[in-house]
Design a binder for this molecule. Structure first.
Ligand code: AMP
Length: 282
């Protein structure tokens, strides 16, 4: 496995593969790799001749009071994991390789990014759309793999590809969870032992929501209230949002639940903001 740092080098590699008629899968990450990332890479390897994983803690998607500096970084360990899975190339550019000091282009998707995490983290999705657009242009993958853990990101990526005519297929992958249900996240390392236990409330509340749906409840406000009352029983939890939305356009469902529904939640456990979601088809 190779670790590549420059745009020129990655482009040359991909050109060579293309000349041989090989397909290219791409897994964008910010590193601190775990089983969730691993599942994306394994899927990419199963479906493509060559796989590139990017490891880049993208400064433009962090807000001024977010954890850009503290975000866990360990390229050596991450590269070893990529290698063990069978990834062909890790692309780990420095920020200055991607962003020139006088860059003046932004990529903004309206509507879809004005809700949920987008409304709580202003500018976040602009940063994601900009960096992913750049990676798509640099790598030109056939397929790109994103985790359903970041459900809004998946919806935004699909729209980005559609609206910008990127020649890539977005492949959403299921959420990988710890044994107790907690969605695996690079940010889970911030949790103390007590917080880690308290964090179970996210997946617990969503599991309960799924049961309520299975029992026939179709009223969105009632379902939302049930989730909220489950979460507030955990004293360490502070709710950022709980929503019931259309799975494609992310529009809030305020009455009867039907079609492809997404139930995304964001909850602070101590200072750590965790997200989780379920989807349900009716
Ligand atoms: P990140 O490094 O946090 O930017 O995540 C890179 C990719 O891994 C994103 O597409 C995430 O949605 C995905 N991902 C992160 N955690 C999980 C998980 N627990 N299960 C599945 N995919 C995940």
């Amino acid at each position: 496995m190779m670790i590549v740092k420059t745009i020129e080098e990655i482009r040359d590699l991909v050109k060579g593969w293309r000349a041989e008629g090989l397909s290219v899968g791409y897994v964008p990450t910010m590193g601190a790799l775990h089983e969730g990332h691993k599942s994306l890479m394994e899927r990419a390897i199963a479906e493509n001749d060559r796989v590139i994983t990017s490891i880049f803690v993208n400064p433009t998607q962090f807000g001024p009071n977010e954890d850009f500096e503290a975000y866990p970084r360990d390229l050596e360990k991450d590269a070893a994991l990529c290698d063990s899975v069978g990834v062909h190339v890790v692309f780990a550019p420095e920020a200055q390789e991607l962003y020139l000091p006088d860059k003046c282009t932004s990529v903004h998707i309206s509507g879809l990014t004005d809700v949920l995490c987008g409304s709580k983290r202003p500018g976040h999705f602009d940063g994601v759309c900009l960096v992913v657009s750049k990676f798509f242009n640099i790598i030109r993958p056939d397929k790109a793999y994103f985790g359903q853990k970041d459900a809004q990101q998946v919806a935004v990526m699909k729209r980005l590809v559609r609206d910008m005519n990127f020649e890539v297929e977005i492949v959403p992958c299921p959420i990988v969870r710890e044994a107790d249900g907690l969605a695996i996240s690079s940010r889970n390392v911030y949790l103390s032992v007590e917080e880690r236990k308290a964090a179970q409330v996210l997946s617990k509340s969503l599991k309960m929501a799924k049961n309520v749906l299975e029992q026939g409840e179709r009223n969105a406000p009632i379902l939302k209230a049930a989730i909220l009352s489950c979460i507030i029983q955990e004293p360490m939890a502070k709710i950022d949002y709980v929503e019931v939305v259309d799975g494609e356009n992310l529009e809030s469902i305020n009455g009867e639940i039907k079609g492809h529904v997404l139930i995304p939640i964001a909850v602070y456990i101590g200072k750590t903001r965790l997200i989780d979601n379920i989807t349900y088809d009716l």
